[in-house]
Design a protein around this ligand. Sequence first.
Ligand SMILES: N[C@@H](CCC(=O)N[C@@H](CS)C(=O)NCC(=O)O)C(=O)O
Length: 209
Amino acid sequence: MVFEIVYFDHYGRVDLVKLIAEVANIPYKFVGIEDKDWKDFQPTTRYGLLPFVKINDKWTLYQSIAISRFFAQEGEDNLYPSDRVEATITEEYVAALEDAYNKFVYATFLAPEDRKEEETKRLTEGVLRSVFKVLNAELENNGGYLLPGGKLTWADLYFVEFASNLSYYTKIDPVTFAPQIPKLRENVLKHPRSKAYLESERNLRKSVF
Ligand SMILES: N[C@@H](CCC(=O)N[C@@H](CS)C(=O)NCC(=O)O)C(=O)O
């Protein structure tokens, strides 16, 4: 079964989904929609937003976090912990990252031009600072992983991918907010499938981090 991941034909929010699919060894095909085709394509989507994944003929799954969780649960290497407490802790971290990610999207892409600077300041002095501080402390305690025991989870992949989105789309340096991010990146690169993907043409960021 090859899952079809549909997003715009560039780097962005879907890259967490792709990274998890790669690390979890989920077979997928990426379909990139060109910006010029979006107006006609949008009404065919459930929420008017991308990404989505065609799971099978009957089921198309939307929402990047739901897709990421599904792939982490379905695939190899226990990216979604089987222990209920550990899984719930990763849910907390993913939800906290999502709070910050949504504010990053607003400040960077959606806010009116004349408010972007102020919204970016609100982001960096508010939720980004507080969430990255908490997660940085966990990385520090756990040798560059969010959970104890050297276990890579979907929450680590979200953190590393969000940091890359910040570096790619803004002037914000995520490492100033979470100095342990280089250690996390090192750990992510220790996973052979993650390294192979990040160095491949399939990585539309075209740089490892
Ligand atoms: N909560 C959704 C958000 C999806 C979303 O905002 N997608 C943006 C691209 S990153 C989009 O489709 N924008 C097109 C538009 O607003 O017309 C998810 O995580 O999948």
